[in-house]
Design a protein around this ligand. Sequence first.
Ligand code: DI6
Ligand code: FE
Length: 389
Amino acid sequence: MKFDLLIENVNIATMVGDDYGILESHDIGVNGGKIAYLAPTPTPTPTKQWVTPGLIDCHTHLVYAGNRATEFEARLGGDTYQQIAQRGGGILSTVAATRAASEEELTLSAQKRLNQLLVEGVTTVEVKSGYGLDLESEAKMLQVAAGLKGSNIRRTLLAAHAIPAEFRGDSDGFVDVVCNSIIPELAHECDAVDAFCEGIAFSLTQTQQVFDAAKRYGIPIKLHADQLSDLGGAGLAARNQALSADHVEYTSEASVEEMQNSGTVAVLLPGAFYFLRETQKPPIELFRQYGVPMAIATDHNPGSSPCLSLLLCMNMACVLFGLSPLEALRGVTTNAAQALGLREDIGTIELGKRADLAVFDIVHPRDLSSKFGVNPCSGRYLNGIKQPD
Ligand code: DI6
Ligand code: FE
């Protein structure tokens, strides 16, 4: 048989089934960017090379300008994330810097960050807008995201991320602009619509309005839910068949119950939990009991999670939240694919799936979560094409 690409004599964590779906000493053949052949190596030799589905970072805010290190210092001095936001810092300080930045500047800094994520075996990255908060600047952010190189990019419109200075005291007025101008204008520039449902941001009613606007244009939805308090955001997301509810630290059992069978993925963001020194952990045991799929992402952003290592976030999800290394790997493969609505295309190694693959020098796939500050990735394939180191 002839293939565009044949990877020989590797151990594979297919992530098919309830376990890692391990195939030892197998060959992988690729045709037309898709996995076309999976079979035992005819004359295998011992190998320490493992192939997993390309890792998926399903929640990032990779495009922005500015620097928020002084807020880190303020928090160490006792200020809270909410206090900093309420006095006009936080997200709004990044909005000011991002509005002022050119597309070229934003592209250069975002590409640098993306490259750092990719070297760990990441092949798909979701990138949110949300530091523009007006039509022109949100469009600029999505444009920059579209131009990023080296991975598959999924773009999410997060115009309802914060209330911009010009709408201070009139959040309903801003939601009106989001629903009747920004979403309609940018519907063809995004793969999903997201909002920040929180005391310091948008209410349940406003979030529902954003969801309704997205639905009018047939755009899938996601939600920043229950990060700092329990407004019932994850339940709202589930009732609206959202792809995912993200953060979910304060999510109640009633909301978890609504997520059951909804298809809505709980996206855990341990980087933000760690960096904001939160103590309220997501209800992992309830997610397990109710069969809610869990994904893990970096939430890379300059304010609450300036982290560019998905492997570190897997380790944090284990150490801080109690996930198993198997749940962590599923959280950046199959379940992350589901959180992006891409379950049919990526997230497992199976015939017909896209040949997005990561190669690691490890003893067993549990090693991906059981170390931190270590990068065992030795190769990446995107649509069956070997990527430069
Ligand atoms: N929650 C977060 O953790 C990020 N956005 C959100 O809604 C933080 C964004 C920022 O602080 O810049
Ligand atoms: Fe986020």
